[in-house]
Design a protein around this ligand. Sequence first.
Ligand code: THU
Length: 158
Amino acid sequence: MKPVNLQTKVTIYCYEELNSAEKSLIDKAKEATSRAYAPYSKFSVGAAALLQNGEIVTGNNQENVAFPSGLCAERTTLFYANSQYPDQAVLSLAIAAYTGGDFLARPISPCGSCRQVILETETRYRHPIRILLYGKEEIYVIEGIQNLLPLAFGSLTD
Ligand code: THU
């Protein structure tokens, strides 16, 4: 028997503490919530991905009357980025959520399927993704998906 302690790290910032590039990525994720298609949940999520070439790609959640057919903002954004710029690593990903007429005070964190896709994107481009989770009162900054998806499929066999 050998217990293993897994550690994850999250750093909490307020908006004013971020640099201008980080603020701008978050602003783009916030803007992208306004283009979400979320008639069922009324929960609009936006994401913005900064690519190695400096391009910023945005996306949002796209729902469907057949619920499982919809897609989260993170995967919409990463799949779009990877489909349009297949040779560009994703450096960072900002996420914001808007519901009931306002942005949330505290961040939401990507669902399990999105974490798996973030991991695949990191692996594909051999580059960690800096994840910025926006909340009006707190912004969580996470340096790489291993902090959100420890013991990921594949990580024990590497
Ligand atoms: N959603 C996202 O787009 N990203 C997340 O990180 C969590 C949830 C979407 C899925 C669905 O359209 C709505 O938010 C409510 O769950």
